[in-house]
Design a protein around this ligand. Structure first.
Ligand code: FAD
Length: 368
């Protein structure tokens, strides 16, 4: 069985990795567009602390969070340890205690269902600040033991290396679908035909451009996210929990004093790959309101990514009856680093002709 995966972001890479481990022959094609979402993503993996509209999105995100420990273990077997993945916990610290009161039963209910969420504990402002020292001093919080974070760049690079080590072929360039006799027969990479029994289209926000020449409309739009990386000199931030103020902003940390402050959510900006004065001001203002202790941190990096946003929040995942041989995996929007280990495995299973573990009816990839 030969499968071509078009798109080497976290979703395509997870699908391709599952395929090589299942013994399939794999070609992974990636143009590495500026603004690849995976390269800008903050890295929060904590679905039980976020409100979602509808259970069908939550099911995919929970599946992703639960799949991480096995993915991390199998990458370790393949010699890949540098993923930036750590179960650091999550701290929900809204400015308004009433928001915390409303959130607590939801999070406790979900944590009970999800065997890896761990203990949920209500903290005083002083206890919360002990876990996240730059935090404002007046915020009570809810701590979820097993929230996690991951570095999208390091994870996808590790997946690419592991795929190659297991015999997968990685090719750089802009690919199109090869359609003959009413079915997808592979891809064309800058003029070169590459045959395959199935193609997984995981091209993120750019995927609609791959389908448009075939007269097929996929309702995915880019949403620009601008995000800042700071450094707290001399601080050991490797194990600080992910910090959610329960607004659209958030903070998380990695090793060596790196603090990530996110992020704008700009629909309608198209593929405009720019950091803007207004965007960065918004992110800094929100970050410092939550954590005034960051005022003296060093700004070390700005990242810009295009989230692949579906029309209604739900992922796009499934086959296309009018185009046999094609599997679509897309639309993970703001949560693709969380969802991809599960969504990528489902895409791989579809390409292999296997039955996925959940019904895909809510995720019809061509709904508008
Ligand atoms: C600022 C920001 C913060 C985020 N924070 C989080 C977070 O904390 N937690 C979380 O879970 N998620 C987060 N996300 C979301 C997450 O990053 C995305 O959902 C996820 O990375 C999408 O992965 P993808 O593989 O579908 O798309 P992408 O990563 O965009 O990859 C698509 C790839 O397909 C390639 N491609 C497209 N068309 C072609 C073609 N024709 N030929 C060859 N290659 C092609 C592109 O070059 C690209 O490399 C965040 C995103 C942003 C922007």
């Amino acid at each position: 069985m030969r499968v071509a995966v078009l798109g080497g972001g976290v979703l395509g890479a997870c699908a391709a990795y599952h395929l090589v481990r299942a013994g399939a022959e794999v070609v992974l094609l990636d143009r590495a567009h500026e603004g690849r979402a995976t390269s800008a993503g903050a890295g929060i993996v904590s679905p039980w602390t976020t409100r979602y509209e509808g259970e069908s999105l939550y099911r995919i995100l929970l599946g992703g969070a639960l799949a991480y420990p096995a993915l991390v273990a199998s990458l370790a077997e393949d010699g890949e340890h540098d993923l930036g993945y750590a179960r650091v916990g999550t701290l929900c610290a809204p400015a308004d205690p009433a928001v915390l009161d409303a959130l607590e039963p939801l999070v406790r209910g979900r944590a009970n269902e999800a065997s890896i969420a761990g203990a949920v504990t209500r903290l005083t402002p002083r206890e919360a600040k002990a876990l996240w020292p730059p935090l404002a001093g007046d915020r009570a919080a809810l701590h979820v033991e097993d929230g996690a974070r991951v570095d999208g760049r390091r994870l996808s690079a590790a997946l690419h290396r592991a795929i190659a080590r297991r015999g997968g072929v990685l090719r750089n360039g802009l690919a199109t679908l090869l359609v003959e006799g009413g079915r997808v027969r592979g891809v064309v990479l800058e003029g070169e035909r590459i045959g395959a029994d199935a193609v997984i289209l995981a091209g993120g926000a750019w995927a609609p451009e791959v389908l448009a020449p075939l007269g097929i409309r996929m309702a995915v739009q880019p949403q620009r996210g601008q995000i800042l990386h700071l450094r707290l000199e001399g601080r050991d931030t490797a194990h600080w929990p992910v910090l959610y103020p329960m607004t659209s902003h958030y903070l998380l940390t990695f090793e060596e004093g790196r603090v990530v402050v996110g992020a704008t959510r700009e629909s309608g900006a198209g593929f405009d790959y720019r950091a803007t004065a207004g965007g960065l001001a918004e992110v800094l203002e929100a970050g410092l309101a939550i954590a005034p202790g960051l005022a003296h941190a060093t700004i070390i990096e700005t990242r810009i990514g295009f989230r692949p946003m579906p029309p209604d929040g739900r992922p796009l995942l499934g086959t296309v009856p009018r185009l046999p041989g094609l599997v679509i995996a897309n639309g993970l929007g703001p949560s693709g680093l969380t969802a991809s280990p599960f969504a990528g495995r489902i895409a791989a299973q579809l390409a292999l002709g296997e039955t996925p573990p959940i019904s895909l009816a809510p995720y019809d990839p061509l709904r508008v």
